[in-house]
Ligand binder design. Structure first.
Ligand code: NAI
Length: 457
């Protein structure tokens, strides 16, 4: 029997693509060697959000006095936090399974190994069986980058250093944590451990945290967490790890810091080897599988979605890429609009952004204007955030006044950024915002307020 589509990998790209293909009537097989849901569900997005919710509740209770609420003794039970995480993952895993079942997708719990291609299609071996598919969607995801730092491999092997893959089964709060890499994972973990009482040090190679986010917002996030007691070492390179001791070099000199737990969050890289991809000889570039905006690789019938193509490495991008791949398989012309993909850091406050920053606009030679407003223009923000220092920034094209970017640091940012993404995706001129009614009082109103400040309303 020949499948219309074989999907390799059951993470967000794989399961969403397979379910969509099944629903559209394609005979679809999904191969997953571990658990359905991938890194996102088992050791990424979802576990971290259950942990961070516990941290948020603790922080709210601790800060209650400013709002007239006094809590007695507060205690975080890490075993209970992890148990709840397991429950949430179980519920959502069942949901993924049902989604695939309802779509008529055949799921095989085995590692798929590409054997090559013949006139009937792509041949993929899984266990004792060999399957054939007219189309093949590679959704194998990514793995943590392990920089060539002496002692790192040994520490990972011994369990003294953890990546997100090993972290979320922790059963106690460590007294101290060193986070290597102040990007997205690093900051979310710094947020958790600083809230639950660990002494946290973040070591970051660059002069700022948060990667590509707006530099002013990165600065506000930095100040927030410095005030909460996080020790940041910027412009600092980890040079060796010896047991619990992390050695580093910085412009101000070399040093070392000891911690009970060391977290490695120095980026992720596409998983391209170990499953026979090379037999098909697709175009690769800088360690990623090259795809166009329709998810097509250089091999006809071979598609790639999610982290494996190295383009955006976010679960929601993976969903969209998978949708586009299925559309292409069905003869459509859908494309991913990579300029309108929101990104979120689930710290407290949250950081969310979509589209161009002032810096990326300058690099692209775009003529833009930046509008900045304090979150204190939002009534709900003031009511709910004692002493909050959030901001909202809009990047607007000077000529046609199209919205090109929105950048926020505030609670609820993650929940309101999709609206900004929609406006950017549709090329909405800022003046059109006047016609949109925002519920009051909400934090989302800040976008309309910023447009008002810009003078477009
Ligand atoms: P990242 O690329 O966000 O950050 C890695 C950081 O480590 C960078 O700032 C880099 O300069 C630093 N670094 C690298 N080598 C270093 C060294 N030797 N010493 C000190 N610093 C070093 O990668 P991260 O945080 O590991 O996340 C991986 C992927 O997962 C990213 O693509 C991210 O977007 C995604 N992710 C997304 C989340 C979200 O959407 N909220 C949550 C967690 C992860």
């Amino acid at each position: 029997m020949v499948y219309d589509l074989i999907v390799l990998g059951g993470g967000p790209a794989g399961y969403h693509g397979a379910a969509l293909a099944g629903r559209k009537g394609l005979r679809t097989l999904l191969l997953e060697q571990k658990a359905l849901g991938g890194v996102c569900l088992h050791s990424g997005c979802i576990p971290s959000k259950t942990w961070l919710q516990a941290a948020k509740i603790l922080t709210h209770a601790r800060n209650g006095t400013a709002y007239g609420v006094k809590a007695a003794e507060l205690h975080l039970d890490q075993q209970a936090v992890t148990a709840r995480k397991n429950k949430v993952v179980r519920i959502l895993s069942a949901g993924v399974k049902t989604k695939l079942q309802n779509a008529g997708v055949e799921v095989v719990a085995a590692k798929g190994e590409i054997q090559g291609r013949d006139e009937s299609g792509f041949r993929v071996k899984a266990g004792a069986h060999c399957y054939t598919g007219k189309n093949l969607l590679v959704a194998t995801g990514s793995v943590p980058v392990i920089p060539p730092i002496p002692g790192l491999e040994a520490g990972l092997g011994a369990g003294t250093i953890k990546t997100n893959a090993e972290l979320f089964d922790l059963d106690h709060v460590p007294a101290s944590v060193v986070v290597i890499g102040g990007g997205v994972i690093g900051m979310e973990m710094a947020a958790y451990f600083s809230a639950v009482g660990s002494k946290v040090t973040v070591i970051e190679l660059l002069d700022r945290i948060g990667g590509e986010i707006d530099p002013e917002i990165a600065g506000i996030l930095y100040d927030n967490y410095r005030k909460k007691g996080v020790d940041f070492k910027l412009n600092t390179r980890v040079t060796a790890v010896d047991g619990q001791r992390v050695q580093f070099a910085s412009p101000t000199g070399d040093g070392a810091v000891e911690a009970e737990l060391i977290i490695l969050s120095a980026g992720r890289r596409p998983l391209l080897s170990g499953f026979g991809l090379e037999t098909l000889r697709p175009q690769m570039e800088n360690g990623r599988l090259v795809v166009d905006r329709g998810g097509r690789t250089s091999v006809p019938g071979l598609y790639a979605a999610g982290d494996v193509n190295g383009r955006s490495m976010l679960a929601h991008t993976a969903y969209r890429e998978a949708e586009v791949c299925i559309d292409c398989i069905l003869g459509g012309t859908a494309e991913v609009n990579y300029e309108a993909i929101p990104a979120v850091i689930y710290t407290d406050p949250e950081v969310a952004s979509v589209g161009e920053t002032a810096e990326s606009s300058a690099r692209k030679g775009l003529d833009v204007q930046t509008v900045k407003v304090s979150m204190r223009y939002s009534g709900r923000y003031v009511a709910e955030h004692e002493g909050g220092d959030g901001i909202c920034k809009l990047i607007v094209a000077r000529g046609d006044r199209r919205l090109l970017g929105v950048h926020l640091i505030t609670e609820y940012a993650s929940e309101l950024i999709y609206g900004a993404g929609l406006m950017i995706d549709r090329g909405l001129p800022l003046d059109e915002l006047e016609k949109v009614v925002f519920p009051h009082p909400t934090v989302s109103e800040i976008i309309k307020e910023a447009a008002f400040q810009y003078g477009s309303i």
